[in-house]
Design a protein around this ligand. Structure first.
Ligand code: FRU
Length: 529
């Protein structure tokens, strides 16, 4: 009881750290202003990525759109800057760009701490927890019982439920939790629930050790097992976590996409997310991927546990994704002082037919364009050597979006280098001979906090006629690379001792720069939400 109260006080303080104009609207206290200005200037504090106001954050949870708001809950340890007893932090946004922080939504209880999970709006009131007029927002999450774990039992992860009747502002735990008990498997978690039209019921996609299990329910309260998938499919370098299952259409046909995060075992070590494309008949998932082929959503080291928003209106029709921009290899050690971790930018996922098969493409959502403050159209030219873009186009910001169309058919290697006056830099490169996209952060600044951090991370990328489109989003501590319209994506974080403000294009052999743009971006702190 005592503990809950102390935490409520803490979250009231957090609330003061609201982004956007809400500070003035919601009566900005002196404390609130102080918190915001500290966050704006803190070293390594992302300026247009979602971060918790303070303390630890990992996976995005409960992403659901409701009544004009995108809800983002997240794994949160309000008592420290490293992973600890999990709660669900909470924020809302009208555009997935500017965020308003809300009090902690879910606290641990006698069933355990609150691990990852999802949220839905029960529009038909199948659960009876709301009404048709005011449907309940229902969160389905994993309870992690440290007590049972310490007692040496294997059934310490179960699925629980909580609901809100006031747009996610206050939450009640379901009285008969857990709603899905554990059959004796240590890794049994991260339920992603969605309404399945084909089966006319709710389907829960659950990560179970080294595979996925599907469960069905008419009322969100009682669940029966439908099927299993994936024990021998694709990557198994680590435990499977945080799945998502959703339909996307291609060539007028509906396919199903299954996202599965795994840790470790990523293409560049540590945590990463793979995906499957196939069919789901309401009960079984059948993958089109050849059994041993692994498809990666993002080849960088820093996009993990990402899932998509539920309940996005049909009139919008997009499949919107957000991931945790870190990696379990070093997440607890990154050199930030008052908080830890950021989310990726929100991305739209789409299927595209390629000669090698259907692939999942990611692109930054169009709402991010409102961050653009200045535009430079880059002159079409041939570069052989170094072109200083920041000097030539007066890009004197560390917050940048570059959309470069390059023809590298006459080149060997092209690098986009972001650097500071100390010579620290991050390279985004393409090796024509190696047919490889890469991010090299070996000289990007602070490195000593973990030996697994420095590295050159690569992704295979074959070009057609030497055409390379590099769409980059650079914040003070991250780069997101969307190559060739989002076919190959890489996300990496970095920690320079001073911000990167110089941008160069370095070409070995000839690179043709065509029809390219650079945008200075603004910070989301103190912007109207
Ligand atoms: C993924 C994960 C989930 C789990 C949560 C705990 O990063 O390990 O499987 O629910 O983090 O915080």
């Amino acid at each position: 009881m005592k503990r809950t109260k102390a935490l409520h006080l803490f979250s009231a303080l957090l609330l003061a750290g609201t982004m956007g104009c809400n500070l003035s609207r919601d009566a900005a206290s002196q404390t609130g202003q102080d918190v915001v200005s500290r966050q704006v200037t803190e070293q390594h504090r992302p300026q247009f990525h979602f971060t918790p106001p303070a303390k630890w954050m990992n996976d995005p949870n409960g992403m659901v759109y409701h009544k004009g708001e995108y809800h983002l809950f997240y794994q949160h340890h309000p008592g420290g800057t490293t992973w600890g007893p999990m709660h669900w932090g909470h924020a809302v946004s009208k555009d997935m760009v500017n965020w308003k922080h809300l009090p902690i939504a879910l606290y641990p209880d006698e069933n355990g701490t609150i691990f990852s999970g999802s949220a839905v709006v029960d529009v038909n009131n199948t659960s009876g927890l709301g009404t048709k007029e005011n449907p309940a927002m229902v969160a389905i999450f994993t309870y992690h019982s440290e007590k049972l774990e310490k007692a040496g039992r294997n059934d310490f992860q179960t699925q629980g439920m909580a609901y809100s009747l006031d747009n996610g502002r206050t939450w009640k735990k379901y009285e008969q939790n857990p709603v899905l008990k554990n059959p004796g498997i240590r890794d049994f978690r991260d339920p992603k629930v969605s309404w399945n039209e084909e089966a006319g019921q709710w389907v829960m996609t659950l990560a179970v050790l080294d595979h996925i299990e599907f469960y069905g329910s008419n009322n969100l309260k009682e669940w029966t097992k439908l099927s299993e998938f994936g024990k021998t499919a694709a990557a198994h370098g680590g435990v499977w976590e945080c799945p998502d299952l959703f339909p996307l259409s291609i060539n007028g046909k509906q396919k199903w996409v299954l996202l599965v995060s795994l840790n470790p075992g990523g293409p560049n070590k540590g945590s990463a997310t793979q995906y499957f494309i196939g069919d789901f008949d309401g009960k079984n998932f059948k993958s089109d991927n050849p059994m041993k082929t692994t498809l990666w959503l993002d080849y960088g080291t820093d996009n993990y546990a990402g899932v998509t928003w539920a309940n996005v209106p049909k009139s919008d029709g997009r499949r919107l994704f957000l991931g945790w921009m870190s990696n379990w290899l070093y997440a607890n050690e990154v050199p930030t002082a008052t908080w830890r971790s950021a989310m990726t930018v929100p991305r739209e996922l789409k299927l595209q037919q390629m000669s090698e098969g259907v692939r999942l493409f990611s692109t930054p959502v169009k709402e991010l364009q409102k961050l653009r403050t200045g535009t430079a159209s880059l002159k079409a030219q041939e570069v052989n050597g170094t072109l200083n873009l920041s000097e030539r186009y007066k890009l004197n910001s560390s917050l940048l979006e570059l959309d470069l169309n390059l023809d590298v058919s006459q080149g060997q290697e092209v690098i986009i280098r972001f650097s500071n006056t100390k010579g620290e830099h991050i390279d985004i490169g393409y090796s024509v001979t190696g047919k490889e996209l890469y991010i090299d952060r070996t000289k990007s600044g602070k490195m000593g906090f973990k030996d697994t951090f420095p590295g050159k991370h690569t992704a295979p990328l074959t070009l057609e006629n030497g055409k390379l489109r590099l769409h980059l989003l650079v914040d003070v501590a991250s780069v997101e690379v969307f190559a060739n319209d989002g076919k190959t994506v890489m996300t990496d974080i970095f920690f320079p001792t001073e911000e990167f403000t110089k941008v160069e294009l370095i070409s070995t052999g000839t690179t043709r720069l065509q029809d390219s743009k650079a945008y200075s971006l603004k910070s989301i702190w103190n912007n109207p939400a």
